[in-house]
Design a protein around this ligand. Structure first.
Ligand code: F6P
Length: 552
């Protein structure tokens, strides 16, 4: 199936009808299911370095078969191949979708619209690596001759969430004496707090913006430029900007207009979506922090998962199966949300990263041909690292009335092995990881509660129904490669769901209206009475409140 062919309406397929019939009267029994070793073995898959246990999900062999049939009947493999081949599957923007080309090895060839995109990717990578080496070695000097100690990435959305998530995840690989900070919000508190304590002479700014037109990023970049120039009073202004500002963008003309030396600008392409861009030049802060070698390992991890998704058969294809599972939960069992619970402190920004990836991609109400969707689409992704979440919201997952499928992620080897006396603290941590999915699956019956000697009137409150679905993902350690595999896994899960729903997972028109209205409201906020009079009554009253209470 090519890029712009109309989507197959999944709800009209035979597989959808079969799934509907299987869902009616479906009464899962995870206790029985998990007593079957063969089931557990068949549900335990590997993808690259990831070990994925799907056994604690509310499915059966018949459901799996019907889900795979659904993938066939909506033409999923064809659309996947169209994506990898660079067809314009981002229909509403008439663009190829080629984040997978960003991680192809040097020497691979992929011709798109008449040009080999892989060669271009590696040309930029080499420039990034060269620049990163200069900063890391101290060869790159600031305006006063000092070496760079802090890199501040200024960006928002995909130009922030990927770099910050990956930087936090790979903290053990960051070069000593170097630190990255991230400014994203147009709330001036973000810039003020992030810059606090920094020395302009040793600070390098990366302005990361695909479009170089994002209000938040350009405003923050100007604030940072003023802070820099104020802090380097003796320096030549143009030279200071040249030595302390670099940019990452697809709009290199706008970069130059900002005063950034084009020689210090790193480009990428319109076929890289913002939320799919961490492995493009948008990852420059990360390359500086962890170095080119580690960044190449990250890219290799992404590529390994791409190859798995592209070539593994349906029964063993982890992104395919996890994407289909999400469709099952959303469209047949009525799930509205999906929790992602990393048992790795370093992955604490991973759920936030996934929120943009999944919800900006699949939060759509029309299909790629402009017709309305025919089923529920994008579920809400959310989460927090374990064990913190256990003491906050797990109560609802264990005993609430809603179905919340959850992905648990953990690694065997800690980045920081610490002992509490004789106790390996990572083992204590992982015991929680193992215990939670077990508790969610098995629950605790009233008889089991009674057997503990619980007073009869307290029994109902202490019963756990169980049958709460989880997927466990494990890896040997949180290396750059494993991180790349994890991110690519979720990219492809998102893609699979989008194809089943017939939506363009690569545009984001839904964020435009708020941006337009912010521009329209700005004069009213600043005191223009006629602009205020044009607002609706509620907005007028809120702006009036602001104006009355703002102290100057
Ligand atoms: O929020 C919309 C969006 O376009 C995201 O998709 C993107 O990641 C973000 O804004 C930032 O855009 P840019 O990189 O062009 O500044």
């Amino acid at each position: 199936m090519g890029g712009s062919n109309p989507p197959v309406d999944a709800t009209t397929t035979e597989a959808w009808a079969t799934l509907r019939a299987l869902a009616d009267g479906f009464s899962p029994d995870l206790r029985a299911q998990l007593a079957d070793r063969e089931w557990v073995e068949r549900s335990s898959l590997t993808a690259g370095d990831l070990f994925v246990d799907l056994s604690k999900n509310l499915v059966s062999p018949e459901i799996w078969r019907a889900l795979r049939d659904l993938a066939d009947q909506v033409g999923l493999a064809g659309r996947r191949d169209a994506m990898f081949a660079g067809e314009h599957i981002n229909v509403t923007e008439d663009r190829a979708v080629l984040h997978t080309a960003l991680r192809k090895p040097a020497g691979a060839v992929l011709e798109v619209d008449g040009a080999d995109v892989v060669a271009g990717v590696h040309e930029v990578l080499q420039r990034m690596y060269g620049f990163a080496d200069e900063v890391r070695s101290g060869a790159w000097r600031g305006a006063t001759g000092e070496r760079i100690r802090t890199v501040v990435n200024i960006g928002i959305g995909g130009s922030d969430l990927g770099p910050v998530m990956a930087y936090e995840s790979l903290e053990p690989y960051v070069q000593d004496g170097l630190e990255c900070r991230f400014i994203s919000n147009i709330d001036p508190a973000d810039t003020a707090v992030t810059l606090a304590g920094l020395d302009p002479a040793t600070t390098l700014f990366i302005v990361a913006s695909k479009t170089f037109g994002t209000l938040e990023t350009l405003t923050n970049a100007r604030l940072c430029r003023e802070w820099l120039l104020d802090g380097l009073p003796g320096a030549d202004r143009a030279d200071a900007v040249k030595r302390h500002f670099v940019a990452v963008s697809t709009a290199l003309d706008k970069v130059e207009a900002f005063g950034i030396d084009p020689a210090n600008a790193f480009g990428f392409w319109d076929w890289v979506g913002g939320r799919y861009s961490v492995d493009s030049a948008i990852g420059l802060s990360l390359v500086i922090a962890i170095g080119p070698e580690r960044f190449s390992e990250l890219l290799a991890g992404f590529h390994a998962m791409d190859e798995h998704f592209r070539t593994a058969d349906a029964e063993h294809n982890v992104p395919l199966l996890m994407g289909l599972l999400n469709v099952w939960y959303v469209n047949f069992l009525g799930a509205h949300t999906h929790a992602v619970l990393p048992y790795a402190q370093a992955l604490h920004r991973f759920p936030a990263y996934l929120q943009q990836l999944t919800m900006e991609s699949n939060g759509k109400g029309v299909r790629w041909d402009g017709t309305p969707v025919t089923s529920e689409t994008g579920e809400v992704f959310w989460g927090e690292q374990g064990t913190n979440g256990q003491h906050a919201f797990y109560q609802l997952i264990h005993q609430g009335t809603r179905l919340i499928p959850a992905d648990f992620i953990a690694v065997a080897n800690p980045a920081h092995p610490l002992a509490d006396g004789d106790t390996d603290v990572h083992e204590l941590f992982l015991a929680n990881f193992f215990a939670q999915t077990k508790a969610l699956a098995f629950g605790k019956t009233a008889d089991e509660v009674r057997a503990e000697g619980t007073a009869e009137e307290l029994v109902p409150a202490r019963v756990f129904t169980g049958n709460r679905p989880t997927t466990s993902i494990m890896a040997p350690a949180l290396t750059p490669s494993v991180l790349g595999q994890l991110v690519a896994l979720y990219e492809h899960i998102t893609f699979v769901q989008g194809v089943v729903w017939g939506i363009d997972s690569f545009d984001q028109w839904g964020v435009e209206l708020g941006k337009q209205l912010a521009q329209q409201v700005t004069p009213a906020v600043s005191g223009d009475e006629s602009a205020l009079a044009e607002q609706d009554a509620s907005t007028q009253s809120l702006i009036r409140y602001y104006r009355e209470h703002r102290r100057r």
